[in-house]
Design a protein around this ligand. Structure first.
Ligand SMILES: [Zn+2]
Length: 227
């Protein structure tokens, strides 16, 4: 059961207010509260759009909701997302009973962009075909990305004497931020890796903070326009 601050049937009326909240989301200082507030607005907006039958727009909102870096996902949001996805499939008449294949896999391009170094390391791996869709199952995708990063971490670490992205000391580890493009014809994962001097140290924290802001910027729609 979801609780919304407006009565059922007033979905259309609620949209402008919610759009305003998502548009004016703070881009400078990011707090847990501001992330939660923005996410909540996207979630509610998606719900309104869904009720109005604007399924594609609703899914777009859920995508933004989901990609809010540093945000959390509620069960209600996951349920709504599934409901929207099902409605889209039903509408397109593409409901299949095909079980997800786990053995079948596709070739994956894993590209590691090491921040502060003019290097892009490209590895080839495989990805289960069941994850290669526009709306992949969330938990298996996250698990897959975590395993992929872990698998290649040591080799990348040993490839070069990396220096900390922030203070230029010798790096002891890498902070990974993988972005998945598994739905592409040639599935790809782009991993922004930041070498850090101390695990969990200041430069590590800064790296995570910077990536949070990068992601936020990208999801706000401004990421593509920068040089
Ligand atoms: Zn450092």
């Amino acid at each position: 059961m979801q609780h919304f601050p407006f009565v059922l049937g007033d979905f259309q009326g609620a949209i402008p207010d919610l759009e305003e909240v998502t548009r004016t989301a703070p881009k400078g200082t990011i707090t847990v509260e501001s992330i939660a507030l923005t996410q909540k607005a996207h979630h509610r907006l998606a719900h309104c759009l869904f009720e109005l039958g604007r399924l594609t727009d609703a899914m777009k909102e859920m995508e933004t909701y989901r990609s809010t870096h540093g945000g959390h996902q509620t069960e209600a949001a996951t349920n709504l997302r599934n409901k929207i996805a099902k409605a889209i499939l039903a509408k397109d008449g593409k409901v299949t009973t095909e079980p997800p294949s786990t053995t079948d896999s596709k070739v994956l391009r894993y590209e590691v962009k090491v921040i502060g170094h003019p290097v892009s390391i490209v590895k080839t791996d495989t990805v289960p075909r069941s994850l290669c869709s526009v709306y992949p199952p969330e938990i298996p995708t996250k698990t897959f990305l975590a395993q992929l990063v872990k698998k290649h971490h040591d080799a990348i670490m040993q490839q070069k004497n990396w220096t900390c992205w922030n203070c230029r000391k010798k790096a002891v580890s890498l902070v990974h931020t993988p972005m998945s493009y598994l739905h592409l014809e040639e599935p790809m994962v782009v991993d922004f890796a930041q070498p850090v001097c101390v695990n969990g140290g200041e430069c590590d924290k800064e790296a995570r903070k910077m990536m949070d802001e990068e992601m936020r910027f990208a999801t706000a729609g401004g990421g593509m326009n920068r040089v």
